[in-house]
Design a protein around this ligand. Structure first.
Ligand code: S3P
Length: 171
């Protein structure tokens, strides 16, 4: 059985939709960021502030590597993880990847003030501009995922239903 891995920008709804997919497929749900926070004992924003982004990226890669060796689950990975070619390689065989796509306006509504996302606020950044820039940089990589789900006009339930609809290829 393959893991279902949800890829995409901060705020697109990977965690919310992932939980709903896991319920439908009767599988565990794993949120990589939450797992890192639990093992580090601090939120992502303070990991970035105290230990730096490279340290976080290393932990992210190790955590994904470990989860890929566990029984098949539904996995939400942080928005930057899929950009790392080593992580894409780690996902290649054991996972089916879904890029949850949304435009900047939708993402902005969903991230709120961005305070839990250091990449949106660092250096006095304006979250709207940061989102636009990051999306532009990452979209060419995100579309390497196996499937694309356009979420702008979908509720989390509808998006989850669509992903769960692929159940026959996830066996
Ligand atoms: C990041 C996204 C965050 C988290 C970290 C970096 C990114 O996860 O991993 O703040 O580089 O896009 P979400 O996509 O769950 O917000």
């Amino acid at each position: 059985m393959k893991h279902v891995v949800l890829v995409g920008m901060m705020g697109v709804g990977k965690t919310t939709i992932g939980r709903l997919v896991a319920q439908r497929l009767h599988r565990p749900f794993v949120d990589i960021d939450a797992l890192i926070e639990a093992t580090e004992g601090q939120p992502i924003s303070s990991i970035f502030a105290t230990k730096g982004e490279p340290y976080f990226r290393q932990r992210e890669m190790e955590t994904i590597r470990k989860v890929m060796n566990d029984p098949a689950s539904v996995v939400s990975i942080g928005g930057g993880a899929y950009v790392n070619p080593v992580i894409r390689y780690l996902l290649k065989d054991p996972a089916v990847t879904f890029y949850l796509q949304a435009n900047v306006e939708t993402l902005l509504q969903r991230v709120g003030d961005g305070s839990t996302r250091p990449l949106l606020t660092q250096n006095g950044g304006n979250p709207a501009e940061r989102l636009r820039t990051i999306l532009q940089e990452r979209e060419p990589v995100y579309i390497l995922a196996n499937y694309l789900i356009e979420t702008d006009s979908l509720t989390p339930d509808q998006a989850a239903e669509m992903i769960a609809g692929y159940r026959s290829i996830l066996e």
